[in-house]
Ligand binder design. Sequence first.
Ligand code: GTP
Length: 602
Amino acid sequence: STPTHIRNFCIIAHIDHGKSTLADRMLQGTGVMHERNAREQTLDNMDLERERGITIKASAVSVEHEYKGETYELNFIDTPGHVDFHYEVSRALAACEGAVLVVDATQGVEAQTVANLYKAVDANLELIPVINKIDLPSAQPEERAMQVEEVLGLDAADCIMTSAKTGVGVAELLDAICARFPEPQGNPDAPLQALIFDAIYDDYRGVVVYFRMMNGRMKKGDRILMMGAQRTYQVTELGKFRPEMTPTTEAFEAGDVGYMVAAIKTLEDVNIGDTITLDTARCDEPLPGYEEPAPMVYCDFYPSGDTQFDELRDAIARLHVNDASYTYEPTNSEALGSGFRCGFLGMLHMDIIQERLEREGNVSIVQTAPTVTYEIKIVGKGGDTEVIQITNPAELPDMSKVKDIREPIVAAEIITPTSSIGDIMKLCEQRRGVYKSQKFLADDRQILEYDLPLAEIIYDFFDKLKSITSGYGTMDYHVTGFNSDNLVKMDVLVNGNPVEALSLIVHRSKAEFRGRHLLKRLKEQIDRHLFEIPLQAAIGGKIIARETIKSVGKNVTAKCYGGDVSRKRKLLEKQKKGKERMKKVGSVDIPQEAFMSVLDTG
Ligand code: GTP
């Protein structure tokens, strides 16, 4: 198609407002899928996405639509809505001219509706607001359209009413996309510049690159250069997503969206946000690319069970092609052996990566308790101060050298039913939050703004918010900087030996409580040994909490009262199995679950 008949756009929304369903419905609307073959949620193609009912990876699809007697090619990119996946949303936006903003007609504007709108506006995208789920009895389409105007500043009259379930309004939406979104700009006669916005690894074909043509032309057989990696490849296949990958022999021109195969086996050569150009006629400058997000939550992955270190390394490197937003580097732990220290954009991101590694990479993993990044001001060699970043409390230098510990602070925007305001404020205050403002959103909804330490919200804050508001509260946040507070390092000693993987950084006022709670959990998790085991929590050498695990007699099978043989065997087997997952610290066996005890905030 010529650029005048191409529309590149994305769909953005708060989680669960119906992006993926609407995208599927648009495919049906354009006759790509026959209703009877249509599988639920074609675009959420990972099993994990289907099970969790959320979109994790953005997907791209090209379809044709007849508008005023002419054929348009619509390239759309389905984007994830969860706060941890903002990175994916930004990537998608850079490849588009327009954004369809979906608002649930029963829920109205939510935290990520606002956050995603800001991103689309920042990226200079044209917007079409859509009020979805109008088939539901509790839908209030007119009120929601007014809210879109009042809160988001988009014209209520521009809203398109849809039901992704019944298909109502979908044809009208497709027409509006052709009519209202601008055609892609770009010069087909200029040197090739194509933006890589996604990639997957395929065992047979190597890396499959998803890209958007910005300038120039590309065809099968061309020798291309990945500008960032400075590596050249020959294009062996070019194609579009319909929605399956469909090869084409036609040349791609400025404005087109598709995929490319070029026998790329070196994963590191493909970087999301990198620019592709022609090796023989290079462009001068790469495209601006993306702002790399900084990981904020860290944990270690260690191989467990039958998995070897090398297998874990390969699985991590492979998945990284598909999601470059997590970081990894080899690490070593006295208690857990060789593994990787990994950084994530948030807790959900961490969970998803762990699950994808186990499923797609076929490895089994032990994970340590997540922590945030800390900035540590230390006195250096010559007496000068310097600031270092650590992602693991065990890396804290000798406390006599530490002048200050600073933690990441987020600006959080919480949208909550008015009736829950008091409880939400209490929760924020318990988490050392600093009140910023309270704004009116709708009759029964308020927007609360707080500054909160990231460490206080990564574990269970979101669950608490959901339970306080019976599921109606939503939250968006971004890191704004680092602040110092009264933070201290708490060491945990098992039988007199400090266990680094158990140490944590806590606020002084919470240290004793956390220490006592942690030791109680450890006491439940560590089996009795032949000797007594003291458990201690300490700050700077001073013991602040203590517990003791009493010793047991020698014969472990004595518990079986001698009689039942099969029961005895079972017990021995259970012990053996348990041992594989034990780590020895000094002479004490600590089960791997115990390393997560530090997470429990009581
Ligand atoms: P994420 O990808 O996780 O951000 O969610 P999403 O915005 O893609 O939402 P999804 O399409 O998964 O829809 C969420 C739920 O709403 C699903 O159970 C859908 O079946 C349902 N749903 C979506 N659109 C409609 C609609 O128009 N009417 C009704 N009744 N249900 C809908």
